[in-house]
Design a protein around this ligand. Structure first.
Ligand code: SF4
Length: 442
């Protein structure tokens, strides 16, 4: 049987998909990235907000159509949507041959063995059965990989369903993280991307305090990594010790992703975020002073229950003042089981979306200006492929994370001899659109 994985949502989910792929290969299944060749499709869903749920449902419906046409024989649904809605998913998608929770992913081979014998499987083991470590088949470009250092979240932001879906925060023991990182390096990974729901909390549950600075220091000692990137930092937990490590270690790229969600103190408090506007301003000032050339990414949430026009304007002014290099903005969606969903003063859905659109328009202007300021600079970039239509090599600088940030085009022919994963020194010559760049190799 030939199996294809459709991994939706975030990089943390992707790591889970990669672990399932490894188990399936060991279990004798043949893997393909081409759905048209597959007998079995596994969709590892996301389900933390409405848009993610809709994408997951659309994907299952598309797979159902492939099954009805005879090109696909079996469908498995797992991941956050399956974990969150369990029997509802099993009942609403009769075309699925298996619906399993995240705690059942270790048994993926047995699940496939059963469904190929026409036994429908619905299984929801405790979330904590999800292992924190395990071998994987890296499915990103071979030179970079995500390193998941913790599972779940215990921060308890009032709008967020993730703690209910993924369970409480569980750090991977440091020796296991380092062993996995060493293995990735031995496989040829040169860019390591450290992830968790909240990377800055790493180690608190195991060691009584955050061990992210110590972990990063140890990761930097592993030969082979050129870039180590840290995503998803909680602002309140960015300590001087962590800043020092990031500033000191050459391998750690000067890029931080710090979701702040809002800047109005009353909204932050209602969200049960631990920081306030003054703290955020002080943090970003300190980071920019102590880490020269730092690229800052953040994520915002607008239309939270009770958010007034004035509070939204305050956020808009904060964005203007902070001039984040990268910014994503979500319109709030009330998620069952969360504290915020039970709040009475829900903002009209049209207003939520309009506010999100307004902020993204505002940020587009800022991003374009910051991008234009990079013209004339030299930077290191890594080759990611060739774009025949653009007749250019695609590359990415350290200031850009894979998939979410901009790219750099290097004009040239396909037989110029670059290789995917090759690091080159470039001179940035122009911008394309608002987020991308053009450069030439020095
Ligand atoms: S920090 Fe807050 S928003 Fe992020 S995953 Fe945890 S509970 Fe959700």
């Amino acid at each position: 049987m030939i199996v294809s994985m459709v991994s939706l949502g975030c990089a943390k989910n992707l790591v889970d998909s990669e672990r399932m792929l490894h188990r399936l290969k060991e279990g004798g299944y043949t893997l393909t990235t081409n759905l048209a060749e597959a007998d079995i499709a596994i969709v590892n869903t996301c389900g933390f907000i409405q848009a993610a749920k809709e994408e997951a449902i659309d994907t299952v419906l598309e797979l159902g159509a492939l099954k009805a046409s005879g090109s696909l024989k079996r469908i498995v649904i797992t991941g956050c949507l399956a974990e969150r809605y369990r029997e509802e998913v099993a009942a609403q998608f009769p075309e699925a041959d298996a619906v399993i929770g995240i705690g059942d992913q270790t048994g993926i081979v047995e699940v496939l063995d059963a469904i190929t014998k026409d036994i429908r499987v619905t299984r929801f083991a405790p979330k904590c059965n999800m292992p924190l470590t395990g071998e994987r088949i890296v499915s990103t470009l071979p030179f970079y990989a995500y390193l998941k250092v913790a599972e779940g979240c215990s921060n308890g932001c009032t709008y967020c369903a993730i703690p209910a879906i993924r369970g409480k925060f569980r750090s991977v023991p440091m020796e296991d993280v380092l062993a996995e990182a060493a293995q990735l390096s031995a496989q040829g990974v040169t860019e390591l991307i450290v992830i968790a729901q909240d990377t800055t909390r790493y180690g608190e549950d195991l060691y009584g305090q955050s061990k992210l600075p110590a972990l990063l220091t140890e990761l930097c000692k592993i030969d082979g990594f050129r870039w180590i990137r840290v995503l998803y930092c909680y602002p309140e937990r960015i300590t001087d010790e962590l800043i020092d490590v990031i500033a000191r270690e050459d391998k750690i790229v000067k890029y931080l992703d710090i979701p702040v969600q809002h800047s109005n103190d009353a909204v932050l408090k209602a969200m049960r975020r631990k920081c306030d506007a003054a703290g955020l301003r002080a943090l970003f000032k300190k980071l920019r002073e102590r880490i020269p050339g730092l690229t800052l990414r953040t994520t915002l949430l607008v239309g939270f229950p009770g958010e007034t026009d004035e509070q939204f304007t305050e956020l808009s002014e904060f964005v203007q003042e902070m001039r984040f290099d990268r910014l994503g903005c979500f319109a709030y969606s009330e998620e069952e089981g969360t504290v915020a969903a039970r709040m009475e003063n829900q903002v009209d859905e049209d207003i939520r979306q309009r506010r999100a659109d307004l902020l993204m328009e505002q940020q587009m202007q800022i991003a374009a200006e910051l991008n234009a300021a990079r013209v004339g600079m030299d930077a290191e970039a890594v080759i990611e492929g060739y774009d025949r239509e653009a007749e250019a090599w695609l590359a990415r600088t350290a200031a850009d994370a894979p998939d979410i940030d901009g790219r750099l085009y290097i004009a040239g022919a396909e037989d110029d001899g670059y290789e995917i994963g090759q690091y080159v020194q470039v001179h940035i010559t122009a911008t394309v659109d608002d987020y991308d760049l053009i450069g030439e190799v020095n």
